[in-house]
Write a protein that binds this ligand. Structure first.
Ligand SMILES: Cc1cc2nc3c(=O)[nH]c(=O)nc-3n(C[C@H](O)[C@H](O)[C@H](O)COP(=O)(O)OP(=O)(O)OC[C@H]3O[C@@H](n4cnc5c(N)ncnc54)[C@H](O)[C@@H]3O)c2cc1C
Length: 447
């Protein structure tokens, strides 16, 4: 079996670990960048590949890219990307702060190609991570297994592999060619015959369900589409400039330092700013489009509100959904060829993180302010979690808004631990005892 060794391994080349790669390169300290590897299971760098639809836009401003809020002078800014592809004038002339999802995706790919020292490998899927201990039982690093059977050893590990998809238990046993989570929308739809009158259900009442409902109108135009949701109807995201301030990187400290009741209130009150809602423009667009359906007597699309899916089975080539009306308790059947899930992601930690924590022997998964997994024992090794710390670091944790600063927090923590190791020989301090090292706006190390 082939084993490779790196100092820092980052799993997943989404925005989180690309921002980290940029921060590590810009710090330019003592061989860390050259000894960092990012692995990505996809064969290309794409952002949200399942719903990379031509008309979808990012919901955050272009300046909340991988680096600008940390270091606006960086060569890895979104504006520099636009300049390099010759679209800077046009983008400015468009007069919109929010880029198309496709151009965010292009930007990420450009960043990945522009890295000079950090290495990135595509088509490289991690299947498991286990802790490595020396003969005295001290945790010294991590062994990451890949789908091709090879392994990578590292002292530092950063897991930025996104969140696990949520499939409602009642639907979980359905065949995967007929039950399609939004993360697989594009791949599945392009494999279908566009001219066929497919019978389709869309499940969920938030943004990804709304995007699929809209996209199906052009992707499978002959189809009959029922959009099933528990709620009384669709709701817009709660967006205003006051609550948007709570997405600033500077708000992370406020959330992290809050007492549990305070954190709970913040997360509860901010829920509709990012979840369970649909963008106002998309709502308007959908309403207009369905109004035009009515105007022309077309009855191919409908919203089925206040409805629970209480049973589901495959019957031959059909999926039979049992629907229970929450208003009347009446039960009906809906027969479909395909069920598209806009049901989002699970809130708990991804299976990869849960399995690793179990292997370490942790009874709870908790991270420090610098996103380092609390190991409960002294160790030179460290594991960082990106994008899954909403409960402790606030609602922006899964978004682009805080990426640059979070990357600096992590890189900074790694550097501090390396520095501690060099001064103390074998470094025995727990993370909580380390002296913080600060980064200046341009990424230079301040001690
Ligand atoms: C449809 C959609 C639209 C969104 N729009 C916005 C938006 O407009 N603005 C915003 O701020 N946020 C948005 N988000 C939130 C989104 O989570 C973040 O923008 C961002 O993508 C998070 O980055 P990440 O790197 O943490 O995770 P991801 O983007 O999920 O990237 C994780 C990467 O890890 C790879 N990976 C996973 N498992 C493995 C493995 N085992 N081995 C190797 N590689 C692996 C994946 O292929 C992927 O490339 C959106 C989310 C969705 C689903």
């Amino acid at each position: 079996m082939i084993n490779r060794e790196v100092e820092l391994l980052a799993i997943g080349a989404g925005p989180a670990n690309l921002a980290l790669a940029v921060a590590i390169e810009e710090l330019g300290i003592d061989g860390l960048a050259e000894n960092t590897l990012v692995i990505e299971r996809g064969h290309s760098i794409e952002w949200q590949r399942g719903l990379l639809l031509p008309w979808t836009k990012s919901q955050v401003a272009f300046a909340k890219d991988l680096v600008t809020l940390r270091n606006p002078r960086s060569e890895f800014t979104f504006l520099n990307y636009l300049r390099s592809v010759g679209r800077l004038d046009d983008f400015i002339n468009m007069g919109s702060f929010t880029p198309y999802r496709l151009e965010v995706s292009g930007y990420l790919s450009w960043v990945a190609e522009s890295l000079r020292k950090v290495r990135l490998e595509l088509g490289c899927e991690c299947t498991s991570v286990t802790p490595v201990r020396d003969s005295a039982g001290t945790l010294t690093g991590w062994l990451t297994k890949l789908a091709d059977g090879s392994t990578i050893s590292s002292r530092y590990l950063v897991i930025g592999a996104g969140r696990d998809t949520y499939v409602p238990p009642v639907l979980a046993g359905l065949p995967s060619d007929r039950l399609v989570h939004s993360t697989r929308y594009r791949t599945r739809v392009t494999a279908l015959d566009k001219e066929q009158p497919h019978r389709v259900a869309v499940v969920g009442a938030a943004q990804s369900a709304a995007e699929m409902f809209r996209a199906l109108h052009t992707d499978l135009p002959a189809s009959d589409v029922s959009w099933v949701m528990r709620s009384i109807g669709l709701r817009a995201y709660d967006t205003n400039k006051f609550t948007n301030e709570l997405y600033y990187p500077s708000y992370i400290d406020k959330v992290f330092e809050a007492r549990p009741e305070g954190r709970e209130q913040i997360l509860r009150e901010m829920h509709l700013t990012n979840y369970s809602g649909v963008e106002t423009d998309l709502l308007q667009d959908l309403y207009t489009s369905m109004y035009l359906d009515k105007l022309s007597g077309v009855e191919q699309r409908r919203l089925v509100t206040m409805t629970d899916i209480t049973g589901a089975r495959a019957e031959g080539d059909e999926i039979v959904l049992e629907l229970t009306d929450r208003r009347t308790d009446a039960v009906t059947e809906l027969r479909r060829d395909l069920v598209f899930l806009g049901t989002g992601f699970i809130r708990e930690m991804p299976a990869m993180v849960r399995n690793l924590s179990a292997a370490i022997g942790l009874d709870r998964i908790d991270v420090t302010r610098q996103y380092r997994l609390k190991l409960g024992e002294p160790s030179d090794a460290a594991c960082y979690l990106q994008g899954v710390n909403e409960a402790t670091h606030g609602i922006a944790d899964s978004l682009l808004s805080v990426l640059g600063n979070r990357a600096a927090d992590i890189a900074n923590d790694v550097l501090a631990r390396r520095a501690g190791k060099r001064t103390n020989g074998i470094h025995r301090a727990t993370a909580e005892q380390l002296t913080p090292v600060a980064l200046s706006a341009d990424g230079a190390l301040q001690t």
